[in-house]
Design a protein around this ligand. Structure first.
Ligand code: ADP
Ligand code: ZN
Length: 432
């Protein structure tokens, strides 16, 4: 049993009182770090100044660049001997940052992950295959300890080695998997290759998919192929890793654990707070971290709070699936485009396979978008008219959504590069 009912269904008033109490403790710890000591001093702030949650607004936001500049120990708020583990971000947008954990930090993180998986329906009798990197990346170890805490049997398979993954699923009756969505689609090809149908030949029931942006259409493809429910899982190293926000069985947005974080959505240009319902940048403050508390951390992830209550009864608010990082936005001929918009359209078109790659080129004064799209093998046999007609459909569908006309190259399944980690969707060859 891992349903922390009292805390998951706490009244909003009680939750706010708990947040304030934890915020006060967090600021007291944070000022032990060189970075926050300096920041508080510079602003004339003292940790006991925080009499209400609104006072949080007086603290300037912390950015990834601050973490990079303070590398490695500038945010450490406890003596080094209290630290039992370090992790690092994937380094998707530049130099990776490092996060230090005390035992109590790891315990709270593990608890959050157990809570998430229980919420999505995983139980003690489940067999959990963790197909994420077990290393500095937080996805592997984070889920591993959470699943053990829940009492499930964990198969620490790590990523890659696709045929063996399928074999493990069959041999040990795996019921739940943790997998990067782009890899889940890549694996569908391997299932076909080895002649295993996950619906009939495995006991899979659920997948936890996250670590990279993905569309509702991609989720549906995964659910259809595997015959499972796929739950969106969001987190970032700076907030410990996965387990920050997760879908319940209603699959209508991800509950974000507000006993562990204060959540703000701000306009990324002006930093003004935005009301529930409006899309902006997620800013978070840790409430349960000791080794390395983070105050008003700018995640760069774009989302919104979904207004209204969730039928599951949990009172922690829900965020919408992440639209992308503000850094992911491509500006082409004056139009702002996120890779996820392209993915969403592609996944709706029958015949389109599981992988694509966007390339941006500059020719003279013109920017061009070239999209390589994997399509099903049958399009490359026999009459190539079908292939050309699919290409035209893709161009027209994309044009109606992103308002520019991309060049589209159709390629055979499994011909585009895949990674064991996060997919690389865009190659920008434009020179400034
Ligand atoms: P890096 O920031 O270097 O990629 P992390 O491994 O800490 O390192 O990745 C966290 C980031 O991954 C988040 O800030 C977000 O951009 C992305 N991410 C994680 N989970 C999801 C998800 N479910 N949907 C969309 N993006 C996600
Ligand atoms: Zn819910």
């Amino acid at each position: 049993m891992f349903w922390e009912k009292d805390i998951e269904t706490i009244s909003r008033d009680q939750l706010k009182a708990l947040q304030l109490e934890r915020l006060q403790k967090t600021t007291e710890t944070a000022v032990n770090s060189p970075f926050y000591r300096q920041l508080f001093k510079g602003k004339g702030l003292a940790p006991h100044d925080f009499k209400s949650l609104d006072d949080l607004q007086r603290i300037p936001m912390t950015t990834k660049d601050d973490l990079r500049e303070e590398w490695p120990y500038g945010f450490l708020a406890v003596p080094k001997e209290e630290i039992v583990r370090m992790h690092s971000s994937s380094g998707t947008t530049g130099r990776a940052i490092v996060i230090f954990h005390t035992q109590s930090d790891l315990d709270s993180w593990t608890n959050q992950l157990a809570r998430c998986m229980y919420m999505a329906g995983m139980r003690k009798m489940d067999v959990f295959q963790n197909m994420m990197t077990y290393a500095l990346f937080t996805g592997g170890l984070g889920f591993h300890y959470g699943a053990e805490k829940l009492g499930a049997m964990v198969i620490p398979s790590g990523p890659g080695n696709s045929k063996r993954q399928i074999q493990l699923m069959q041999d040990f009756d795996t019921t739940a998997i943790h997998i990067i969505p782009s890899y889940a689609l890549h694996l569908t090809q391997v299932f076909e290759e080895v002649g295993v149908d996950p619906k009939k030949d495995t006991r899979l029931k659920m997948a936890f998919i996250g670590a990279e942006p993905h569309s509702e259409q991609m989720r549906e493809r995964i659910e259809d192929f595997y015959g499972i429910k796929a739950f969106n899982s969001y987190g970032l190293s700076e907030m410990s890793g996965p387990g920050v926000s997760f879908e319940c069985t209603c699959q209508n947005g991800m509950h974000i654990w507000e006993d562990a974080y204060i959540v703000e959505i701000v306009n990324p240009d002006t930093m003004e707070p935005l009301p529930d319902g409006e899309t902006g940048e997620l800013v978070m403050t840790t409430l349960c971290r000791q080794g390395m508390p983070m105050l008003r951390y700018r995640t760069k992830d774009l989302t919104r709070i979904i207004p209204g209550d969730c039928p599951c009864g949990r009172t922690h608010r829900r965020i919408e699936r992440i639209k992308g990082r503000s850094d992911d936005m491509m500006i082409l001929k004056g139009v702002n485009i996120f890779p996820i918009q392209i993915e969403k359209k592609l996944m709706e078109i029958p015949g389109v396979g599981g992988n694509f790659l966007i390339m941006l080129e500059r020719k003279g004064f013109n920017d061009d978008m070239i999209i390589k799209v994997e399509v099903e093998r049958e399009y490359f046999t026999g009459d190539l008219k079908k292939l050309e007609s699919l290409r035209k459909t893709i161009i027209n569908e994309l044009k109606s959504d992103i308002l520019i006309t991309p060049h589209v190259d159709l390629v055979e399944p499994n011909s585009l590069p895949t990674t064991e980690g996060k997919a690389k969707r865009v190659i920008d060859n434009r020179k400034d």
